[in-house]
Design a protein around this ligand. Sequence first.
Ligand code: ZN
Length: 235
Amino acid sequence: MAKALFLVDCYLKESEATVASVKDGKYVILDQTIFYAKGGGQPHDTGKIVKGDEVYNVVYVGKFLGEISHEVDHAGLQPSDKVHCVLNWERRYKLMRSHTAAHVLAALLNKGTGALITGNQLEEDHVRFDFSLEKFDRELLQAYLAKANDLFGTDIAVKWYELPREEAMKIPGVVKMAEAFPPDLPVLRIVEIEGVDRQADGGTHVRNLREVGKVELVKTENKGKNNRRIYFKLS
Ligand SMILES: [Zn+2]
């Protein structure tokens, strides 16, 4: 199993790696990786794998049979190749800012209204956010976004660490989002936004709420009696 370097250091933009295996010429497994595999509501990273003068663009990263598989744009990499990996950092950093923003909004809505977050899909330019709440209007939502924006103007640390599952599951609201339902592992990764939220989560986040900047509402939709969908984006 490749070492998922992004789980420990979300800010790692480059790394060395060794090709562990290659399937059908284009699906590459490395001994360690900085590339996030699509999942948990967060899109995959893009970037490049460089071997000598040859650049292989990483077009998709997914999890297959428990391994992180990098799809590159052309064949040529071989097992045991020493490579240099470079993230498309601009894309990833936006996703980190959006991901942390989504956790803050989820925490505020959950605390303030009891709303359960039923879905959360980050995209490079917006976040789609689903929750269940009977009484809901645009004004109320704008008030929560304003509260979130206040927090994004404050120095609040974001940390991630591992906890034994049993201990983690005692944290109130540690599973707020359907997407974040923790896999059956003895140890869970917790993302903590100090004083705001603690969530079992495998995604990449910024270290301080100030890095989020500001967010704004794009649109709202009602999806049935209690199901709400909103779209927001980084300003
Ligand atoms: Zn998350």
